[in-house]
Design a protein around this ligand. Sequence first.
Ligand code: SDX
Length: 436
Amino acid sequence: MKASDTKATLSFSNGGQNVELPIYKGTLGPDVIDIRKLYAQTGMFTYDPGFMSTASCQSTITYIDGDKGELLYRGYPIEQLATNCDFLETCYLLLNGELPNASEKEKFSNLVTKHTMVNEQMQFFLRGFRRDAHPMAIMTGLVGALSAFYHDSTDINNPEHREIAAIRLIAKMPTLVAMAYKYTIGQPYMYPKNELSYAGNFLHMMFGVPCEDYKVSPVLERALDRIFILHADHEQNASTSTVRLCGSSGTNPFAAIAAGVACLWGPAHGGANEAALNMLYDIQKEGGVEKIGEFIKKVKDKNSNVKLMGFGHRVYKNYDPRAKLMQETCNEVLTELGLEKDPLFALAKQLEKIALEDEYFVSRKLYPNVDFYSGIVQRAIGIPVNLFTGIFALARTVGWIAQLNEMIGDPEYKIGRPRQLFTGSVARDVKPLAQR
Ligand code: SDX
């Protein structure tokens, strides 16, 4: 970052001393006012719950322009990556800052492939869960449990440990998600198959059975690979900020990523794809397209607490570019599978059309986000609704790791420790029980 010629001056109406604050510029996006010395100079904190106006770090990984609806991974537009690259190339890019050449890609893919198995003991963790446990409950446990097995890659301050932990996490997430799924349906786990692609191997571990060979559909393989690319990273979102804050204590990478899994589960964040599909199912059950008006009315009624899931975004005040690409993928997959008449897809497109013409959504700049269509395409692939967020976590793991490693690799980083505006009780004495 570089210092701007412009300074910010804080003045106080009570005649207090003015404070001059430096402004820094990045390569893209808003400048920042450096408030690091504010408390020392004024004895006051800034106040920004939800971090609406706060940059928590400087980063070179992902840039989002919410007004333009633009998303860049290391400078490459998401539309180009989703069309010209595969997920492992995107992983390499997010981790290393450049796209791999052919030999770098082959070496990286082989490394990931060789780490897809998990320790045989891992299967015994699953036995402790009820069969109807939510897959994200299982994943939150399994990912944290990885730190019990890989003591040679838990020192987050050791670059070699960070590198092997990154490979292990990227390689093992599909295996763990597939194991969480197989456990809930009472089928045996499928071991990874090294000759398959990253997405093909995941399909095989999810839908294959020991009794017969599983044939990977190239259409589903490509669709899943694109879904992984679209979910790989997204600047300082809630789960990424969770991973950064958790990792800033120096905890091991597996524990920090497990914290990200837990945060992503929430319906306001990665859990929205599951909630969006359940919302479409509910409208369908009520009567489908002709019930959209009634549903939109409920959403606009503040007392209903009903939101249009898969719509709206803290940063995008224009169309989420991932939603457009997801809708395209939806079209391709449904057409290939002969499901182009899928009533749920038709319902989603009609719901989007009506919402985008409605003043409530237009005035609040609410557009479809990545979660609006992702459930429909995942359902067409055969993925159960309650596993959608697990797929999101699988794909976002590389983003979380890249952001964590960027923070740890920054010599200036410190443990994250926000302060507060205290509005509770002033000091008072404890009364004996008899007097309370
Ligand atoms: C993801 O941050 C990221 O980058 C996240 C993510 C990533 O890749 O990491 O992109 C992934 O989490 C996408 C978002 C998935 N969540 C959903 O689809 C859930 C539904 N969306 C909302 O919960 C909401 O839009 C948020 C949480 C996504 C954003 O919330 P904000 O930025 O805090 O906005 P807000 O709640 O202040 O909304 C502003 C107004 C409010 O109305 P008013 O108080 O002004 O009258 O818009 C309304 C909100 O009530 N609003 C919605 C709405 N989203 C916002 N009203 C109805 N339906 C919605 N979906």
